[in-house]
Design a protein around this ligand. Structure first.
Ligand code: THU
Length: 159
């Protein structure tokens, strides 16, 4: 028997340690969270993605009375970016969540959103920096593979 340890590097950054563009991204995620359609959970999530051409696309969770028909903020933003800018790589994604008007600490993408992040990375062959926004600091993760170790991706289908 042999143990295999998988390490994930996470950096904690104060807001003023982010680049201007990253700060802008976090702000857009916040604005998107305020516009979320979340009448069932009242958990308002915003996501914003930065593209290689400098464009920012945001999204928020869209819920439905038939619960599984709703979609998370991250996927709304990523799919919207894919629809509007089909050949422009995504470089960064920021996520923020509000509950009762308060920022929740470092809400992290669900499993399905991680899988879509991985697909987007593989599509453009570059890692996507993930920023999990909190009240005073932001957790930065270097790419979707850090959030989804031992993942299933296109390499299995390409064989
Ligand atoms: N949600 C997101 O939009 N993103 C996350 O990272 C976590 C969860 C949404 C889905 C649902 O509308 C609500 O938050 C409660 O799970």
């Amino acid at each position: 028997m042999r143990d295999i340890n998988i390490e994930v590097k996470v950096q904690s950054l104060f807001i003023n340690e982010l680049s201007d563009k990253e700060r802008q991204l976090a702000e857009q995620a916040y604005i998107a969270a305020e516009r979320a359609y979340a009448p069932y959970s009242r958990f308002y999530v915003g996501a914003a993605v930065l593209l290689e051409n400098g464009a920012i696309v945001s999204g928020n969770n869209q819920e439905n009375a038939a619960y599984p028909s709703g979609l998370c903020a991250e996927r709304v933003a990523l799919f919207y970016a894919g629809a509007q800018y089909p050949n422009i790589p995504v470089t960064t994604l920021a996520v923020i969540a509000l509950k009762g008007g308060e920022i929740q600490e470092h809400v992290s993408p669900c499993g399905s959103c991680r899988q879509v992040l991985l697909e987007t990375e593989q599509r453009y062959q570059r890692p996507i920096k993930i920023l999990l926004c909190g009240r005073e600091d932001v957790l930065a993760i270097e790419g979707a593979t850090s959030l989804l170790p031992l993942s299933f991706g296109k390499e299995y289908l390409d064989k």
